[in-house]
Design a binder for this molecule. Structure first.
Ligand SMILES: [Zn+2]
Length: 253
């Protein structure tokens, strides 16, 4: 049972709180993803993964934070928050959730540029939360075996699987500048660095993207996230309860 916080009522909240104390905050960005993907790409992925996993582990899903730290895309389109703004926003949301009796919070990050801000959330929250409330930050590409890209094969496949109506494959083009160094040799945290490195703001080749690849990667990410949640101690109980219920349901059919 997923509980989308955006559309629930106070009544729904109280009823759901009897069944779960777990909440997922999806975090995305609003930035260029080439000429073929929407600027909301990271937010779309974050929300979709959060909802899919919440359905399985019985969790609240907060409205996606659809602005992130995207200065690296200047002068291409980006609406950016400073690191301190994003960090403050997320910390305040966690404190509020704890006051609403939520005990376990997962911050699901789907934008690389947010990593710096999210790195310090645990430190910022230290002493501000009751001892029985825990916050975990998870970056979705850590749940994948494939290489991370930007509007390339991976992200384009994911959006093709989630919202194909928003993808313009006829405009899909790979990076227009040759990437000649190892990934680690590029510093994409510098404002304006992304267009300088890639030429056209794309990292990878979106022409290789397919719906089937997107579905496969979504499965890989959601399975990885479920496994991670199961290793967060408290929620083992929730996952096992889900598996037990699913088995029972399938037998009944
Ligand atoms: Zn992205």
């Amino acid at each position: 049972m997923s509980v989308p916080v955006f559309s629930m009522s106070e009544y729904d909240f109280k009823a759901a709180l009897k069944k779960t104390k777990l909440a997922i905050i999806p975090v995305g960005s609003l930035e260029q993803h080439g000429n073929h993907l929407p600027v909301s790409t990271d937010s779309l992925i974050a929300e979709y993964i959060a909802r899919t996993v919440a359905e399985k582990v019985n969790a609240f899903v907060l409205p996606v934070i659809s602005y992130g730290v995207s200065f690296e895309h200047k002068p291409m389109f980006n609406v950016s928050l400073r690191n301190s703004t994003l960090s403050t926003m997320i910390c305040d949301a966690c404190v509020s959730l704890s006051e609403n009796r939520v005990k376990e919070i997962i911050i699901l990050n789907c934008h690389h540029g947010n990593m710096g801000a999210l790195q310090y959330v645990a430190q910022e929250l230290h002493g501000r939360l009751p001892k029985d409330v825990r916050v975990h930050t998870i970056h979705y590409w850590h749940l994948m075996n494939s290489e991370f890209d930007h509007a390339g094969e991976v992200e384009t496949s994911l959006v093709l699987a989630i919202a194909p109506e928003l993808v313009r494959m006829d405009r899909a083009m790979p990076n227009s500048k040759k990437l000649s160094k190892l990934k680690a040799a590029y510093n994409t945290n510098v404002p304006g660095s992304f267009p300088k490195i890639t030429g056209n703001g794309v990292w990878g080749d979106p022409r290789k993207a397919t719906v089937a690849k997107g579905e496969k990667w979504i499965k890989e990410i959601t399975t990885g996230l479920l496994k991670t949640i199961s290793e967060l101690d408290l929620n083992k109980i929730l996952i096992y309860a889900y598996i037990a219920l699913t088995c029972r349901y399938n037998k009944c059919r």
